[in-house]
Design a protein around this ligand. Structure first.
Ligand code: ATP
Ligand code: MG
Length: 219
């Protein structure tokens, strides 16, 4: 199973992704990754993207760099784990590109979709949690600012609304989660959605998880 966490900066993605990993790791081989980053190449690309001195970066250059970092993450980390029947929890994935570069920077959405497919090697998450948090609440949660975080409130609003559109358009895969609540409340909702999804996973996938209980029975 491949799960991604999405939302504006400070919405609470990383905290929820970590809790989700802790929950799943007790039952499955679970890998926690970050997009962009995680691989050596991905981290090098991430450093280019987040460098405050790169204010002149062309929006298409930015788009291509995110896709490049993701391609490396997918081939080097995500696909091998999924092939073994493990679980991958990714802190951001291609919906971030749609929300930030598409809705935020207003690049053509069809271009974004094509590039997302290429960068992700056609991989689609089984489940995506979009943590929907008011921008003021989210901003209050984060102390420091990187290049994106210091941008305008209007940009943040476009990104947030973009995420909401994605959730509407891909309702089967994406769950919009009210991020204004406590960490524990949000985690409880996410856990219950994951449990339901696991119960519905096709047999082929379920058998891929080779873990057994101490008494030898399969999970
Ligand atoms: N539901 C919540 N209520 C209160 N504080 C929270 C909540 N969720 C996260 N936080 C706190 O807010 C801060 C930002 O959370 P987190 O790092 O998970 O956000 P993020 O979406 O990953 O942000 P970024 O996009 O900047 O990585 C952290 O200090 C975290 O402990
Ligand atoms: Mg984070």
């Amino acid at each position: 199973m491949f799960i991604s966490f999405e939302g504006i900066d400070g919405s609470g993605k990383s905290v929820q992704a970590r809790l989700c990993v802790d929950y799943l790791a007790a039952r499955f081989k679970t890998v926690h990754c970050f997009d962009p980053g995680h691989t050596v190449i991905g981290n090098a690309v991430r450093n280019i993207l987040l460098n405050r001195e790169h204010g002149e970066m062309n929006p298409r250059t930015e788009l291509l760099l995110y896709a490049a970092a993701r391609s490396q993450l997918v081939t080097e980390v995500i696909l091998p784990v999924l092939k073994e029947g493990g679980v991958v929890v990714s802190d951001r994935f291609y919906d971030s590109t749609t929300a930030y570069q598409g809705y935020g920077r207003e690049l053509p959405l069809d271009l974004i979709r094509r590039l997302n497919r290429i960068g992700a090697h056609e991989l689609v998450p089984d489940l995506t949690f979009i943590i929907d948090t008011d921008p003021e609440i989210a901003a209050g949660r984060i102390g420091d600012a990187d290049r994106l975080e210091s941008e305008s409130a209007a940009f943040k609003m476009r990104v947030r609304n973009g995420y909401r559109r994605i959730a509407e358009q891909e309702a089967e895969r994406c769950r919009l989660i009210n991020g204004n609540r406590s960490i524990a409340e949000i985690h409880a909702e996410i856990r219950s959605i994951i449990d339901k999804k696991l119960a519905k996973m096709p047999d082929k996938r379920a058998k891929g998880f080779s873990e057994t209980n101490p008494d030898g029975t399969e999970y």
